[in-house]
Write a protein that binds this ligand. Sequence first.
Ligand code: GDP
Length: 449
Amino acid sequence: MVLADLGRRINSAMSELTRSNVVDEKAIDNMLKEICTALLESDVNVKLVATLRNNIKKKINFKDQGPNVNRRRLAQKAIFDELCALVDPHINEKGEGAFKPRKDRSNVIMFVGLQGAGKTTSCTKLALWYQRRGFKVGLVCADTFRAGAFDQLKQNATKAKIPYYGSYTETDPVVVAAEGVARFKQEKFNLIIVDTSGRHRQESELFAEMVQISEAVKPDQTIMVLDASIGQAAESQSKAFKESSNFGAIILTKMDGHAKGGGAISAVAATNTPIVFIGTGEHIHDIEPFTPDQFVSKLLGMGDMRGLVDHVKHLNLDQKETMKHIEQGIFTVRDLRDQMSNIMKMGPLSKMAGMIPGMGQLMGQIGEEESDNRFKRMMYIMDSMTEKELDSDGKIFVSEPTRVTRVAKGSGTSVIEVEQLLSQQRTMARMVKQVGGKKARPKIKRLRA
Ligand code: GDP
């Protein structure tokens, strides 16, 4: 992720200051020069970078500070605050444009954006995000322009078990949108998300259609979906959308890719609209709420513990059986599988690591793709085992080695990989025996083969 590079460069400029013997104006200027170059190379608008530079300089004006002031701390705080200001149009403070659907009424959200920005994907991601938080959510497909749009939404919605509305025969998107919203309102849905057709270009008749849909469904919020990788073009596009749809919030997508991200950040400033969520992958769970200070903390490798706690809380991890086993000093192959699937539910390791202070950089060194891959292959191995094998302590594979070959074949892995997994399970079982198992150690239940 190029944004991670930006974070690293800013960080290294800041560390340089920490290492230097004297923190004088020259040292500050050098640091600022490096930070501004990094921002410009990430496509952040020149004017915004100049403002950021001037504001930081003003905040760390040594002439106005007493002799006991910690200059490094002062500089770090000024940079942190200004980076937050760069991605935050301060709208939240005034309460305008804030994105807070309520459960005691029907909230309608309309999505707009260019084709390919990730609109349909983000609709489902957002729907699922709110559904997991207790909202009754419905999706409406008002994209009658692109063939297959309804099928795409239907497929995504079905996968996420979200009710949807659309039509194969009605060609007027205004009619479909109005009907869908009316239906879900009647059924007392809390959150109704309307996906509109993507615009290829800024064509005026398509923009007129968007206005008509908006008038028909009267959204409580209009969200523009913006691809973080479109660079400087983001600004003019956002302005055009702002004029016709007057969106009040932005979802930035593809923040996981090679997006420089700076263009999109500049678009936020140009339209004075807050980013409310970011898309961080193609998977349906790859969406995160956006808060400027959490974003900047993560960018600078300072972690995001608040985000981590929230993330884990909503995963509904099932730990009960394993905890019971551990108390008894038992650790079966199934326990290993349950724990691994819990970890996988958390999303890519890099994403989790980014939330833990200092871990992001570490992950960068060991290669997360490799870790993710290994995890997946281990899961395939355990998915190829019988119930009896899963509930065993692993010795069954030693007494009947043909089982190892069968599992390797069935999972498309190798005998060595199966043996490595079993050795891992044995190591964990030994550890569990030491920490738990103080109480009576009943024999492991024998289940069906
Ligand atoms: P739409 O035309 O705006 O509705 O765009 P789609 O929702 O069809 O998305 C276009 C492509 O972008 C699809 O291949 C999506 O899987 C992909 N996509 C959407 N959001 C993200 C994201 O946050 N990260 C990544 N890597 N891909 C995304």
